[in-house]
Design a protein around this ligand. Structure first.
Ligand SMILES: [Zn+2]
Length: 462
């Protein structure tokens, strides 16, 4: 297949060129004036962008959460990703306390077999682990490790565990990713709210103030500095957190920050009114001025990637809550937290391009190149260099796409962006050379996706 005359944007530049997709699923050529071979399918890409497929480095598919489960599995979630222009997903394996991380990983590896696009995996530790477990994960291509500074009852680890895992990961070429919120202080605020009878949805955000996100980011930076390792902060949602990222980087800490479209487009005003529970996510949606700060961070490079934290639930599961009550959740602590987003990320960040907040090259870097590089997949993913996987998006900047749930493919019955229309959507999406989505329809195949064993970071010794 020859994609002819598109505006090709990747790390190597922004130019009009033809891109040839080889029959082996790799980019076979990228130049001006490539002559079509006899019988070769030619796609006219004039007026369209040709960019590397999106890489979403933060998703939760199929994950059990309390008595309920994330409503997208690997088949439905990755199909939705493809339609929206994402051809690589890196999902978080979660080993709950008492579970063997390697057997949790085996479960996820089975689930990945259903995927429609390629999938890598991160590991989440919720308690101390021996260094041999870290080494075994790296050996299996799982080279990043998530630690929670929040949710003391189920997920949180203390600073000592964080430091130990950072050091072990550093020795084996792994990278620690951190959910940064001060979970113990949040727990005290939650107890106080409940004891005062404040049980409504909005208390979810009032008990998780941005100040406690900023504190945790700063602490993660100190621990990484002490361990002498890089650190990646997931879902930065607020100005204090971003300020802490900048402060750590200024004194030489190798800190990378991710944000998500919900923190760029939605605000805490969604958390009142009848549909409020559908907007519960963690960190919570903030006051609108934080969005401006985060866009600024994307433009100036202090925010490194945009991922989704895709974690959808059906309205029915949200209502029954983490304890699965037929009568519905009793207070805000029982509402499952997380939003759908795997399909809409590329379009919602593209809005920053049309609004003049970031450039086209920034969009490609934030959504594709930087996550691929950070997580050991570049240049196989996130670039259009000849010889790399032909994961390609032909992007139509004028296509209009409704963002209501029925117009999308994520397996959930509500959309946080209902009533909005995106301008800019994929015309064509290729995964390893195969067309998997065409103008808003999934035309790929469950099981096409492969597990991606990711590389360890350079300079590791272990
Ligand atoms: Zn997450």
């Amino acid at each position: 297949m020859l994609l002819r005359g598109g505006r090709v944007v990747d790390v190597d530049g922004d130019r009009t060129a033809d891109l040839r997709v080889g029959s082996d699923g790799r980019v076979a050529g990228l130049a001006a004036g490539i002559v079509p071979a006899p019988g070769e399918e030619v796609v006219d890409a004039a007026g369209l962008l040709v960019v590397p497929g999106g890489v979403d480095a933060h998703t939760h598919l199929q994950l059990p959460v309390g008595r309920v489960r994330v409503s997208d599995d690997f088949a439905s979630g990755t199909a939705a990703a493809a339609v929206g222009g994402t051809t690589t997903v890196i999902d978080y394996v979660t080993a709950y306390r008492g579970e063997d991380p390697l057997s949790a990983l085996a479960t996820w590896r089975r689930w990945v077999e259903e995927a429609a696009v390629d999938v890598g995996l991160h590991m989440t530790f919720t308690e101390a682990v021996p260094e041999s477990t870290v080494a075994a994960c790296v050996e299996l291509g799982v080279t990043s490790f998530k630690l929670y500074m929040a949710y003391p009852e189920t997920l949180q680890v203390d600073d000592g565990v964080i430091l130990d895992v950072m050091r072990a990961a550093g020795r084996h070429g792994g990278l620690v990713t951190v959910h940064a919120e001060n979970g113990s202080a949040i727990e005290a605020l939650r107890r106080q709210a409940l004891s005062e009878g404040r049980t409504g949805v909005v208390e979810h955000s009032l008990t998780r103030p941005a100040l406690l996100e900023g504190e945790a980011v700063a602490r993660a930076g100190v621990l990484a500095e002490l361990a002498g390792t890089p650190v990646y902060i997931v879902h930065v949602s607020s100005a204090p957190a971003l300020a802490a990222v900048r402060a750590a980087r200024e004194r030489g800490v190798d800190m990378m920050a991710e944000t998500c479209p919900q923190y760029l487009h939605l605000s805490g005003s969604e958390l009142t009114g009848p549909g409020a529970a559908d907007f519960v996510c963690t960190p919570p949606l903030r006051d609108p001025w934080h969005q401006e700060e985060l866009w600024q961070g994307l433009a100036d490079g202090s925010v490194h990637t945009v991922a989704t934290d895709h974690c959808p639930f059906t309205t029915a599961d949200r209502r029954s809550g983490l304890r699965g009550r037929v009568t519905g959740w009793r207070d805000f602590t029982e509402i499952p937290g997380g939003l759908p987003g795997i399909e809409t990320r590329m379009a919602l960040v593209w809005e920053g391009v049309t609004d003049g907040r970031i450039g086209v090259a920034d969009w490609v870097r934030l959504c594709s190149e930087a996550p691929a590089r950070t997580f050991g997949l570049w240049p196989q993913k996130g670039s259009l260099r000849p010889g790399t996987d032909a994961d390609v998006v032909v992007w139509d900047p004028d296509a209009v796409q409704a963002l209501d749930a029925p117009a999308l493919h994520m397996r959930t019955d509500h959309s946080p962006y209902a009533g909005r229309r995106a301008r800019g959507w994929p015309r064509l999406v290729l995964s390893r050379g195969r067309v998997v989505a065409r103008a808003g329809s999934f035309v790929g195949e469950v099981g096409w996706g492969r597990y991606l064993a990711r590389r360890a970071r350079d300079g590791a010794h272990g």
